[in-house]
Ligand binder design. Structure first.
Ligand SMILES: *Cc1c(COP(=O)(O)O)cnc(C)c1O
Length: 814
């Protein structure tokens, strides 16, 4: 991108206030991720959920001098403003203009599932045939698509972009900006259909992307899709793919038999391809990619070669705790300039003061001089304390890097290097191309190396928060309950992520949980629900805000404030008893409470209560009573105090079932994890945790032989037993042994046999062709967390909080 401020304003019919000659090459949308201010404009995007205008000040503080916004803010000197009527439209108009400056071939991918994987696979297959640009991550929305299009430049010969919609009439807007020449429709599922009247409307909307396409490659397994495309687009070149044999391309042999290659039937041709993952979604994505590669004239042998080198789509950044208190961020899915930029944005979300970088050769570089110059330029803006370059190519450019830089021919030498092994207390970003096996560096640096992990998907947490937010008024605040090690998911890692996404409040159970967050750089206000007397001191030292639920606590805390000589009024939260009969002030104590509050050193930041049965429709009357008591009693307090406190009573299921009573704030907990007792909401949530391990050993057991302690399982027939390294010390209740619980392998479930041991358990896999080292799912998605909780005769809350600390938590972001 390369436009002057004057051009930008003219192209988008916006108003320019200030310098018309500034050249803009990048547009930033997130003030936290700005790391280069030269030639960068900040666009304040307004959506129904959020206003980017709140962040203009922080963008300007970082040195941005061009602001694109719907409103001009007062008192900001030396800034050139581009004032637009609609910030999203601005982006779209600009992207539309930008695209038509170039003559590249375009592929547009839409569908309910599989867009990102098909895009990535096509990119991996085509980038060394054509200079290719693609959407970063899964940027495909009204905002994401235009951002992706702005990445196009003169050298690109092919552009592969995802197009996603969530509501009717959105596709028309996107199709006008981006009318692809080749249209691809992946799988149509029911994922987004709640905003659409029915499946037919959804399909009509999606396929309208193809209005101007010459070729349409579509999943023909859905009859409605097939009929509509054949009807509406009969004059275009149509290629259907799918598992049904009525498609132009399908699999001829029995794909469930893992021992043979797939025989692909493509029109009149037949050829065999080696694909080991055999779930339906993967197979239809593979067919789709083959159909598209055929359109680019690739021979069958070339296609097989490409399929062989496709990487599983681990398009995400992993973070794990490392030795010497380092934080390891591993991003080795692919290495290109885009993903490097994204990784640099991500690491700025962490609070570690110092950071180091491991970077390998870029394997796809065509013009290496120019490429590595750009890499060095981007990298030098990051203030790495040390840089470790791995590979012969990149090492030649050592002098371009301004930090302390070391070079190595391969990762083996890096691992043995003394400087590298001395790093402590830093964030270490690992960014490498596949062939360098960066995995080895990661496992060298990792703290716990067990195969059993609890994988936490931070994006899913954000998604789930947004689903709950969509049930609330935009101005309603949200407190995230991160008590009990964030429901077992992890300590500051979750809080740090939530803080980055502007959560209003955090809630913990005990003071030391709050102290831990503060020590890790969390500055968001934190409420402590059980302020024990001995912890008042650290509560005050670490700016934590106690819940005050009785006169005793109020008086003791106030005494501590006086003893410490605190001058200003200290923030506290008043808990009202409304029917839970746990903690809180009752209605008949309010007069005395008002009297006491007026004579203490506290400021009432909020008044709240807790519902006993918000998830139980049978207790609706009781719940409404609780809400009513809360409303009256809190009003009474508020009218007597000058503090303008925030009021809150709803937990997750309260948000779902009683959103009329959201007051000023809500407190979300289990909903973040993706759990809901309401099936409609549950459908929209994503599960944010996954507990998994691998098979340690498989043994053949003969009829009559026994398994495990006390011989509790005796084989009725010869069978195969897999041992997995997870037991009751990891938080698996012993009661799910002896066939009461199941675990998953490759989408199937198998019973746990014999007694659960301390660190291991055994499962009966029979004839199933599982291998040693293969992944085993303890929960999510088969079995699901809810099913697993059923085996354990408890609720997901207890399952999660029982997983022991020795189980490594891994955090991923897409
Ligand atoms: C734990 C907790 C919540 C969150 O409950 P969920 O059911 O997990 O949403 C809300 N409020 C209070 C007081 C809590 O202790």
């Amino acid at each position: 991108m390369n436009y002057t401020t004057k051009q930008l304003a003219e192209l988008t019919h916006s108003q320019l206030i200030g310098d018309e000659h500034i050249v803009v090459k990048n547009i930033a949308f997130d003030s936290r991720n700005i790391f280069s201010v030269q030639n960068t404009a900040f666009l304040a995007i307004n959506t129904s959920k959020n206003s980017g205008e709140k962040y203009i000040n922080s963008a300007v503080e970082k040195g941005i001098s061009v602001i694109i916004s719907e409103h001009q803010l007062k008192d900001i000197p030396n800034v050139t403003w581009i004032i637009t009527e609609n910030s999203v439209r601005f982006l779209q108009d600009l992207a539309k203009f930008h695209l038509i400056q170039f003559h590249l071939k375009t592929i547009g991918i839409t569908g309910s599932n599989g867009k990102t994987i098909v895009k990535e696979w096509l990119y991996q297959s085509l980038f060394d045939e054509f200079d290719t640009v693609k959407s970063p991550k899964s940027f495909n929305s009204q905002i994401g698509l235009p951002i992706s299009l702005l990445e196009i430049n003169q050298k690109h010969q092919l552009g592969i972009f995802e197009v996603g919609i969530s509501k009717p009439n959105e596709m028309q807007i996107l199709q006008e900006i981006f009318p692809p020449q080749i249209g691809i429709l992946t799988h149509i599922g029911s994922a987004h259909s709640s905003n659409f009247e029915n499946e037919s409307q959804l399909i009509d909307e999606k396929i309208s992307l193809f209005k101007d396409a010459q070729i349409i490659i579509f999943n023909g397994d859905n009859d409605l899709v097939r009929n509509k495309i054949n009807d509406i687009y009969s004059s275009k070149k149509l290629i259907s793919f799918g598992l049904k044999t009525s498609n132009h391309i399908f699999i001829k042999n029995d794909w469930k038999n893992k021992n043979s290659n797939l025989i692909i039937k493509y029109f009149d041709e037949e050829f065999s391809v080696p694909v080991s993952k055999r779930d339906e979604a993967t197979l239809s994505n593979v067919l789709c990619v083959i159909a598209a590669l055929k359109e680019f004239g690739l021979s069958n042998s070339k296609i097989i070669e490409k399929l062989n080198s496709l990487k599983s789509i681990e398009m995400r950044l992993e973070s794990v705790n490392g030795v010497r208190n380092n934080l390891i961020i591993n991003d080795s899915f692919n290495l290109d300039l885009d993903s490097l930029k994204i990784a640099y944005q991500f690491i700025n979300e962490y609070n570690k003061q110092k950071k180091s970088l491991v970077l390998t050769d870029f394997v796809e570089g065509k013009n290496s001089d120019q490429l590595y110059e750009e890499v060095a330029h981007l990298t030098n803006q990051q203030n790495f304390s040390k840089i470790f370059l791995v590979g012969e190519e990149i090492s030649k450019f050592e002098s371009l890097f301004t930090s302390e830089t070391y070079t190595f021919i391969d990762t083996k030498h890096l691992i043995e290097n003394q400087q590298f092994n001395l790093i402590e207390n830093e964030l270490i970003l690992l960014k490498g191309a596949r062939k360098f096996e960066i995995e080895k560096v990661k496992s060298h640096l990792e703290l716990q190396k067990h195969d059993t992990v609890l994988e936490v998907n931070l994006n899913a947490i954000l998604h789930n928060i947004n689903i709950h937010k969509s049930l609330l008024k935009p101005q309603t605040k949200m407190m995230a309950m991160v008590k009990a090690y964030s429901y077992g998911l992890g300590g500051y890692e979750i809080a740090e992520f939530l803080q980055h996404h502007h959560i209003d409040y955090l809630g913990v159970a005990y003071a030391d949980e709050g102290v831990d967050l503060r020590k890790n750089g969390i500055t968001t206000p934190i409420m402590v629900m059980n302020p024990e007397q001995h912890s008042y001191d650290i509560i005050i030292d670490y700016d934590l805000e106690p819940e005050i639920y009785s006169f005793r606590v109020l008086e003791l805390f106030n005494e501590q404030l006086i003893r410490k000589g605190i001058q200003q009024k200290y923030p506290i939260h008043i808990k009202l008893e409304t029917g839970m009969h746990r903690l809180g002030f009752k209605g008949n104590e309010l007069d005395e409470l008002i009297h006491k509050l007026k004579s203490t050193h506290v400021k009432v930041k909020s008044i709240f209560s807790h519902l006993s049965a918000s998830d139980d429709p049978a207790e609706k009357a009781y719940t409404l009573d609780q809400i009513n008591i809360f409303k009256n009693n809190s009003e009474k307090l508020i009218s007597a105090l000058n503090d303008e406190p925030i009021r809150h009573i709803l937990n997750t299921s309260g948000i779902v079932h009683y959103s009329d009573y959201q007051f000023d704030m809500v407190r979300i907990g289990i909903g973040m994890v993706g759990i809901s007792t309401n099936p409609e909401i549950k459908k929209k949530l994503q599960s944010a945790v996954r507990f998994k391990t691998v098979i340690s050993q498989i043994s053949e057991v003969n009829e009559g032989e026994s398994v495990g302690y006390n011989r509790r399982f005796k084989a009725e027939n010869a069978t195969r037993i897999a041992t997995i390294p997870v037991g009751y010390a990891d938080g698996i209740p012993r009661l799910i042994g002896n066939k009461r619980g199941k675990v998953g392998i490759d989408h199937n479930t198998f019973p746990i046999v014999g007694n659960v041991c301390m660190d291991m358990m055994m499962i009966n896999i029979g004839e199933f062709p599982a291998k040693e080292g293969e992944e085993v799912i303890i929960f999510n998605s088969n079995p699901s967390l809810e099913e697993f909780a059923d085996y354990c005769q408890t609720i997901p809350y207890e399952v999660l909080t029982s997983i022991s600390r020795r189980v490594k938590r891994i955090y991923i972001k897409d």
